[in-house]
Design a binder for this molecule. Structure first.
Ligand code: HEC
Length: 169
């Protein structure tokens, strides 16, 4: 019987081991390339999304984006802003609807002084800009259209105006 040639066998084993290592490392290379692609380009299998729309018009004193918005007016109310269309409307719209909806304004009732207080508060704490010559126009508009006596929201209690009655004993 032939004696086993251990050197040859050893060579064979070594060669198949190399083959296995090369075979496996080709997977590793493909995987690594995939990860690099993923890292650089993002998930290629993700559904295509349009980039988020950035509203660059926000917080700007004069809003021109409104031109593209809904301009319908119903019962004197400008639908997009919720504000009543009256003298000064455009000035109010330009200065007062950048940070919050006009509906927040329409929900409120105040005297001219009260409105001025709110404006001062926003100027002190919320970054509202100086309104300059527009302040008068804005206050006139607010005082005329969102005055306390209007129905909608109850005015603050006016003690003088309450008709007190005496409880019977
Ligand atoms: C720079 C940003 C900014 C602008 C411009 C701005 N406001 Fe405001 N306003 C705010 C913030 C912030 C609040 C608080 C919002 C909240 O409470 O959700 C607020 C709140 C209000 C409120 C609610 C107050 C309350 O007591 O609930 C009214 C009314 C109002 N603003 C009216 C106006 C008017 C009128 C103008 C235009 C002269 C205006 N805002 C412009 C930032 C702004």
């Amino acid at each position: 019987m032939e004696r086993p040639n251990y050197t040859q066998d050893y060579d064979k084993v070594l060669r198949s081991l190399y083959r296995a290592i090369i075979f496996l490392s080709s997977f590793a290379v493909v995987l690594a390339l995939g990860l690099i692609y993923y890292g650089l380009m993002g998930n290629p299998f993700a559904p295509k999304q349009s980039p988020p729309v950035v509203d660059t018009q926000q917080k700007q004193p004069v809003s021109r984006s409104a031109a593209a918005a809904d301009e319908r007016i119903e019962d004197g109310i400008h639908l997009a802003t919720g504000l009543r269309v009256a003298d000064g409307f455009e000035v109010v719209r330009a200065n007062c609807t950048g940070c919050h909806s006009g509906k927040l304004i329409a929900q409120n009732r105040a005297t001219r002084d009260g409105w001025q207080e709110m404006i001062r508060w926003m100027q002190r704490t919320q970054g509202l800009w100086e309104l300059g010559g527009n302040e008068d126009t804005i206050l006139n508009y607010l005082a005329a259209n969102y005055a306390p006596q209007e129905i909608g929201r109850r005015a603050s209690l006016d003690v003088e105006a309450i008709e007190w009655y005496i409880l019977e004993e």
